[in-house]
Design a protein. Sequence first.
Length: 454
Amino acid sequence: MISQKAKSITVAILLFTVMVVVMNSLSSQSSQSLRLTSDALQTNQTCYGVIFDAGSSSTKLGVYSWPCRNDVSIPQINPVTILSDKISPGLSTFANNLTAIEGYLSGLLLKVKSVVPTELQSTTPIMLGATAGMRLIPIEQQTAILAQTYQFFNNSGFYFQGDKWNRVITGQEEGTFLWIATNYLKGTIKNNTDLYGTNNQTFATIDLGGASTQISFKPAPPEQTDEYDFNVTLPENNDYTLYSISYLGYGNDQARNNVVQLSTNKTSNITFTGCYNNGYETQLNGTTIQGNSNAEECVRNIQEFLNSTNCNYSYQSCSINSTYQAIIPESTQIIAVSGVNAAMTSFNMSSPFSPYQLLEKAQNFCSLDFQTVSELEPTNPYISTKCFLGLYASTLLIDGYKVGNRFIESPSKIKGAEPTWSLGFLFNEVSNMNCDLSDEACKGLQSIFKAFKL
């Protein structure tokens, strides 16, 4: 008779033997699954990533590179693209012309193939993120367009993770990805072994696009805002809880069309607005819009549009559309990009600047008639909307985001690269990538790799 103790030892030995066989099998599979790093390391020390930014008016392409890694760690992505390009119009305009999408994107893909070595294309991530332009169209149209881009990228010959890398990102994600990119470029995202040390100081980011605007920052603890909280988890002890929110319809172009219609100075078929220089005329929804150089009136209409005073919170916490906003810590520097940078540059200002200084310059410019400003800047294609841009960007910062008289940084580039949400999207995906997740076996291997260092 075999004793109970002997039986237990026998079972343990059998289990150990099975485990060794399984581990050897998994280790063998891992040599195929870790293609994104090991293959590249054997043939080329440089890895690549491709991101398509499908915006409201264009699709921008960025191809980035970084030294290949062999683990989950912060990638040292070169922020300067090895290839950048864009095509117009925006992807959302193809809702009624789906078959044209392949041709629309093909030219950009050919350029990508010209810079990414052929032997690395099958392990080079390719992804598309669509923003406010796509959010504004019905979900059925979004789905139809994404079905076309899915097929295009799936047949591209590059490494593609399906819907995860082919989607309409939320406004909150857009703001968060810009925050990631900006803080990566500024050097505040790194190996934070001391989570409460100086490495923990980060920048707040504000983005003013054509259709939406976003703000993201790390609020002072222990403030939490529940539905506006966004958790960012990156390798090497980089964990953050952000306040991040997006306002669709409050981007510069969308706002302009809505604000000018708030003017009470109108006749049956003409609306007079202070948001345009006197003498300028345009059409909007069948109505004639005429400028009258009344900056004060325009600011009042912008403030009415922002609606950032009619809530039960303190003034500092009452944001756009009377939404609660966590207070930006006094020690946090603010970086505003896109439309804010365009306004600052247009009025010949340098970074950092005060929103009140921008407001004053815009008011002075708006007081001039359209003929005068056209003669002053004959080559400016945006001269007709410069008045509104200056007034809106400054009022958005002061009244919408409660920046007040704090000085704002607005760099067009950081370390030679434009801070964009698309860089943050790519950085976030690559940071958390360890193996080829298109291999089903790999999905169950990640925890084993970490535990046994396979």
